[in-house]
Ligand binder design. Structure first.
Ligand code: ADP
Length: 262
């Protein structure tokens, strides 16, 4: 880090050692703080729908007891809130499972384009329900990458789902990334939308757990705020990378970069 490097250049050997210890402590404290924030955020996210469900239980067993029309309406809301809790729990479990074996690189070898075709096909029903077309370009055969099949499917799925949610109803494109000389031993696949896009200052934070540009928009779309954090962790485990390019009003491009198999 900047000041650390400057200081170290001006310190004796002993003082330098002390500085390293201090930096380690700072990192520990920060990691601990992030864990505490995460548990607090997760609890809050679960408590909100839970409070709503409990409120409706009281209403249904009291004031709305003899009002079948209100009962039907409240039950529908309760179901939606329970589904939201269920999505959150699924995403939390996914995250912790991925983190658990983050240091074990995947051993599978997969055709990246075949994975993209399968992911696009899996989201065809959701796209159709929203009147959105998925434009797929994934020529056969594609590059062979080192990846875990389920995790790659999950990463691609999360990106396609976001493009459908935030893409403003315009076509979503899934296509190979052009070769990048800065990433010589990697192959990439892009998911592009022409939706609202994201302002520059938000981009580095999108992969933080529970970070959303608009909490209301995310909620309305059934989001948990964990999708991109999951993608990022999957890419870390794969020694790959999630590249995010976006401009407000122009749309977004999310690219998964994965190491080529030998
Ligand atoms: P969420 O469940 O809220 O969609 P994600 O982790 O998947 O959570 O995404 C975090 C936030 O990033 C979203 O709430 C949204 O603000 C922004 N975002 C993600 N994908 C897109 C996209 N394709 N276009 C615009 N904004 C996006």
């Amino acid at each position: 880090s900047g000041p650390g490097r400057w200081l170290r250049a001006h310190l004796s050997k002993d003082e330098g050692g002390a500085l390293c210890a201090l930096e380690d402590r700072t990192r520990d404290v920060r990691a601990q703080q992030m864990r505490t924030d995460f548990v607090a955020n997760a609890s809050h996210e679960l408590r909100t729908p839970l409070a709503s469900i409990m409120g409706f239980i009281d209403t249904l067993s009291g004031p709305a007891r003899d009002d079948p029309e209100a009962q039907a309406r409240f039950l529908a809301i309760m179901r939606a809130q329970a589904e939201r809790m269920s999505r959150l729990v699924d995403d939390l479990l996914s995250l912790s499972r991925i983190e658990l074996d983050e240091h074990v690189p995947p051993s599978g070898r997969l055709d990246l384009h075949a994975a993209a075709r399968e992911a696009a096909a899996a989201f065809e029903p959701m796209a159709r329900a929203r009147g959105v077309t998925i434009e797929l370009a994934a020529p056969e055969p594609g590059p062979v990458v080192r990846a875990d099949r389920d995790q790659l499917a999950q990463a691609l799925g999360n990106l396609i789902e976001n493009a459908l949610k935030y893409g403003g109803g315009k076509p979503v494109r899934v296509r190979p990334a052009p070769a990048d000389p800065l990433r010589p031993r990697m192959a990439g696949i892009c998911v592009e939308d022409q939706g609202e896009g994201v302002a520059r200052e938000h981009i580095p934070r999108l992969t933080e757990r529970f970070y959303r540009v608009s909490v209301k928009r995310s909620r309305d779309q059934g989001g948990t705020g964990l999708g991109l954090a999951i993608v990022k962790h999957i890419m870390t485990r794969h020694r790959g990378e999630l590249q995010i390019e976006s401009a407000p009003g122009r749309g977004s491009r999310f690219t998964l970069w994965l190491p080529l198999a030998d």
